[in-house]
Write a protein that binds this ligand. Structure first.
Ligand code: ADP
Ligand code: MG
Length: 268
């Protein structure tokens, strides 16, 4: 067994247990009715500590997006419960405790980068003091505030989407394969930048991917889901220090971690 691998079980004793951002307890998610009823998730439980970075890995169709959507109050659960900072997903959504980032940046083409970042402040009311300019700088787009989406590369558009997600100051970012459509070089760069943004903002991040190196490089923990029905296969700690640099992917520890994940994935 690789030295850098550590299996992690349920949270430690109550006294030293970290504050939980997300607590999923025995949820089932089903789609359809009667004969067409399909169980997408079965008895899924997990705990995400406040401020942590957890990646979700699993074969296509195993329910990664469904799990994220259940946490975000976008699909109902048939059984079990979900708490987001102690609230129901519905209340957490109302209070803007989380933001979602999808594979497609879905920017409004007629609005500049900065006006796209400001959009959630305009449509949601409430706090309108989000620092759109500072966030564009945080994601590496200082000087491109006035650019239209068409004038930006795919990677830059995804940076705008991340800044837009952060403008409401969410405690949690839910990211569903946000770099899945980008070329490898751009994806690598954004992986490194996302870790920096995570450390600078202290936001809890739950990040879905089907890339093994991406899951291992980004996550403090990797949640592995198995398919048919979607269920937890493993919750693994990635015992590599932060800040992480891309070159660390060439180390023996990293290669051992990805080899372990690949083997687990084959059994899913
Ligand atoms: P993943 O993100 O891991 O690829 P999904 O969470 O998108 O998988 O889907 C899990 C399973 O649930 C798939 O078999 C998919 O077809 C099914 N599914 C997802 N959303 C719906 C829906 N709205 N209606 C019916 N089936 C769905
Ligand atoms: Mg998906």
């Amino acid at each position: 067994m690789a030295l850098a691998l550590k299996e992690t079980g349920p949270a430690a004793g109550a006294d030293d247990a970290p504050a939980m951002a997300i607590r999923v307890s025995g949820i089932d998610v089903c789609f359809g009715e009667g004969e067409n009823r399909f169980q997408a998730l079965s008895d899924v439980s997990l705990e995400i500590a406040d401020g942590s970075f957890v990646t979700i890995l699993g074969p296509s169709g195993c329910g990664k997006s469904t799990l994220l959507r259940a946490i975000a109050d976008l699909v109902p659960t048939a059984k079990g419960s979900i708490e987001v900072h102690g609230k129901t997903p519905h209340d957490a959504r109302r209070d803007r405790n989380f933001s979602f980032v999808f594979q497609d940046a879905t920017l409004l083409p007629w609005r500049s980068a900065i006006d796209n970042v400001r959009l959630p402040l305009e449509v949601g009311g409430g706090d309108t003091h989000g620092d759109a300019e500072g966030l564009l700088e945080l994601v590496g787009l200082k000087g491109r505030e006035k650019a239209l989406p068409d004038e930006l590369s795919g990677g830059m558009r995804q940076r705008v989407a991340i800044a837009r997600a952060l403008v409401t100051k969410p405690k949690i970012l839910l990211m569903d394969e946000p770099f899945g459509a980008l070329d490898e070089i751009t994806r690598d760069k954004l992986n490194e930048e996302l870790l920096r943004i995570w450390q600078e903002t202290g936001t809890t991040i739950l990040f879905v991917t089907h890339s093994i190196p991406e899951a291992a490089f980004l996550g403090q923990n990797v949640l592995m889901l198995a398919a048919h029905p979607g269920r937890v296969k493993e919750f693994m700690e990635v015992d590599l220090p932060h800040p992480r640099r891309l070159t660390e992917r060439d180390t023996l520890e990293f290669v051992q971690i990805t080899a372990h994940l690949r083997q687990q994935l084959e059994e899913c």
